[in-house]
Design a protein around this ligand. Structure first.
Ligand code: ADP
Length: 488
């Protein structure tokens, strides 16, 4: 929108100049015609000279339109965060900034992040805010200060954060959570202070804290060790700047449940983005990206089906290993044998990658299909937990329904495969915790064991009665790696 409006301003200026030049030209010709030989040489040349200068300037403005627009944009971005910037610069000067904390200019954009369309869309707002702060600030809208990316390793959390910085063309400050955990008390906290001071100094900017759980684990409340003082400093720093400072803090973790609740409170990391393992479509796009420009005979469609369970990073390693094999056999064309050899290497080598065979994929599909059937919500093949009913004052029935959602996967597999499988122990733990609350906290029931057994028996009856439906949903899951509400 701002680019368009800047273009419009420039176009208007150009038109005005061109029109003035034309009017002057007409006036000039008219005076020439009227005045004839009375015109004095000096004023004649002055007029001609002025006309040419005007036309020349108009032409330059038109030609350099893009450069000028960029300049205006940059100025606008910095001045929007101006007041805060001055303040933080003053604060920063009191700090010792002689650290190794440096920003990089990210050259990654969303184009380099294949697939995961929904996640990119979710983060576009952050990019837009950094690009055009005025659009939000004039309405008094503040964006979340912190965005936490939750997902397993290698799914592109760092890449996404870099792409946000790249899209917004702002400096990117990378720190891993572990780097804050120092041996000497107070050093970690000092590093956190310095990181934020530097970021504010360079605002608008993105701060990215990778594996934040290293520093952000729940505080025990008994000891006040180095890690806790570092976490306290992180909380203080996040409170210490306003949403209009132009600093957005992004963080990544694969264990959000171990994080201290204070970190996830409003005004800190209050936006959560889940980045799961890539689905079939995503894997196809990622493979296309990695094979782009390479001479190959690979059926990308088939390979994306055969790589269920691979993270994006694993796909990148797979193609790299396959290319190494191609070079080793002195060929110039990558083929499916290279991929097979690379796959075996990865499965049994040092960088073990979990590859799901057909049977494992079927079990996981029945497990997730049963959850989708019971909860009537969208479920993907690699989802680790399911959407729950969240009510401020949940009824007994709603609490039991949430236990059902936890246990549906296990019981579904047991009913369909006539055998118990060890899939996701977290389901059992969650069901147990909730049953415990029903019995011991809210005194809604007398016995936890009895409650859980009743729920399991209900589930067995409901799922075996609907076995055909579960099998139908399983087939959809096998094909699409997702079951949507339309499928249920
Ligand atoms: P995480 O931070 O989740 O552990 P990274 O961002 O470090 O994952 O990803 C590791 C590598 O995997 C990246 O450097 C990139 O090569 C590749 N990668 C991850 N996600 C994608 C994606 N969506 N598109 C293309 N490459 C990806």
């Amino acid at each position: 929108m701002s680019q368009n409006s800047d273009n419009k301003v420039l176009d208007k200026n150009f038109k005005l100049m061109a029109m003035s030049a034309v009017v002057l030209l007409i006036l000039f010709v008219y005076t020439l015609y009227k005045g004839g030989s009375h015109i004095e040489g000096g004023s004649y040349y002055l007029g001609i000279g002025f006309l040419f200068i005007l036309l020349f300037v108009a032409l330059i403005v038109k030609m350099k339109q893009d450069k000028l627009k960029e300049y205006f944009n940059k100025n606008k971005k910095n001045s929007a965060f101006g007041t805060q910037l001055e303040q933080s610069k003053a604060n920063a000067s009191n700090e010792d900034l002689n650290t190794n904390i440096h920003a990089v200019n990210s050259n990654v954009t969303f184009k380099d992040v294949a697939g995961i369309k929904e996640i990119k869309e979710e983060l576009e707002e952050v990019v837009d805010f950094l690009n055009e702060p005025q659009k939000y600030l004039k309405h008094g809208v503040k964006l979340p200060k912190g965005v936490i990316l939750v997902g397993p390793p290698g799914v592109g959390k760092t890449l996404i954060a870099r792409a946000v910085a790249g899209e917004a063309d702002v400096p990117f400050f990378y720190q891993s959570g572990a780097s804050f955990v120092q041996i000497y008390v107070g050093m970690g906290a000092k590093k956190v202070r310095e990181l934020f001071a530097k970021a504010k100094q360079n605002a608008p900017a993105i701060v990215f804290i990778d594996e934040i759980d290293a520093v952000g684990k729940k505080r025990s409340g008994t000891s006040n060790d180095e890690r806790e003082s570092t976490l306290n400093e992180l909380l203080t720093q996040m409170d210490g700047f306003e949403g209009d400072s132009g600093v957005i803090v992004m963080a990544a973790t694969n264990k959000v449940e171990v994080l201290d609740e204070a970190l996830l409170r409003a005004g800190r990391f209050d936006r959560r983005v889940h980045v799961g393992l890539p689905n079939i479509e995503d894997r196809k796009k990622i493979l296309e990206l990695y094979l782009d420009g390479k001479n190959h005979e690979i059926n990308i469609e088939q390979l994306s089906i055969d790589t269920t369970g691979f993270s994006s990073a694993a796909l990148s390693t797979l193609i790299n290993e396959a290319l190494l094999n191609m070079i080793k056999r002195k060929s110039k064309i990558l083929d499916s044998d290279d991929i097979e050899i690379a796959k075996n290497k990865l499965q049994f080598g040092k960088k073990q990658i979990k590859i799901l065979d057909e049977k494992q994929k079927e079990i996981l599909s029945i497990y997730q299909a049963s959850k989708a059937f019971i909860s009537k919500t969208k479920v993907s093949l690699f989802d680790e937990s399911i959407e729950k009913i969240s009510a401020t004052y949940p009824s007994y029935h709603e609490l039991c329904e949430n236990i059902k959602r936890d246990l549906a996967g296990f019981i579904g597999v047991e009913v369909i495969k006539k055998e118990k499988y060890a899939i996701n122990h977290k389901d059992l733990e969650d069901a147990d915790t909730l049953a415990d609350e029903i019995v011991n906290k809210y005194k809604m029931s007398n016995s936890k064991e009895e409650l859980l057994n009743n729920i399991k028996n209900d589930l067995r009856a409901e799922l075996s009665h609907n076995a055909d439906e579960i099998n139908r949903l399983k087939e959809i899951m096998l094909k699409n790696e997702v079951i949507t509400t339309n499928d249920i």
